[in-house]
Design a protein around this ligand. Sequence first.
Ligand SMILES: [Zn+2]
Length: 239
Amino acid sequence: MDIEKDMEMLQKLQNIDYDMSELERSKDYLPEMINNLEKEIEGTRDALATSERELGEQTILHSNLELELDTLNQELTKFQKQMKEIKTNKEYDALTTEIANRKVKISANEEDILKTLTRIDELTEQIKQYRERLEEVEKNNNTQLVGLRQQLSSIQDKVKIKEGERKNVTVRIDKKLLATYERVRKGRGNTVMVAIRKRACGSCHKSVPPQIIQEIRKGDKVYTCDNCGRMLIWTEESG
Ligand SMILES: [Zn+2]
């Protein structure tokens, strides 16, 4: 049993397993990122469409108010002309009422027209801003989406490649060591091989007796941490 070679292979295995878990993780977060970018485009489009719809409504309202105003002004002119030809007090009272009534309506109508024009101005400015924003969002997000969709569609291929690499590596590792590695990985996650730092386990910091450190350095035997069970290795940073 060549411990040095085994440990080297186990480190390779650890790297492969790390890559594989990253690929698994990206199966979750890539669709989420894609969805968020698509939603942002959609939301910006919706905001623009809502403002455009309201602008259409306000424009129709404005032309209707203008038509109404014309009619009211015509009626007012007509009543004012009739005023010059009245013969009785009754006629006078009736006309005065009509004229006053038209004047009130005209003033209300003019106020409404002003409000509509103000709103049309606001909406026009808003639409201009939304269009610019949409163009920007579409450009940014679509670029990102192309990359993310490519990444997502290539995950399965990448996983297969890693599975192949994993097989090649595992057949070259001592079965007992491999079993230890798999057991620790199951319980502790991706970091199975951990370097000794300051005479202690680099992960949980439990101190390692000098005698064992010596043996690990020599590469005679494989030791696991008393506390966390991870496989202890000696690297350049361990000294
Ligand atoms: Zn430990």
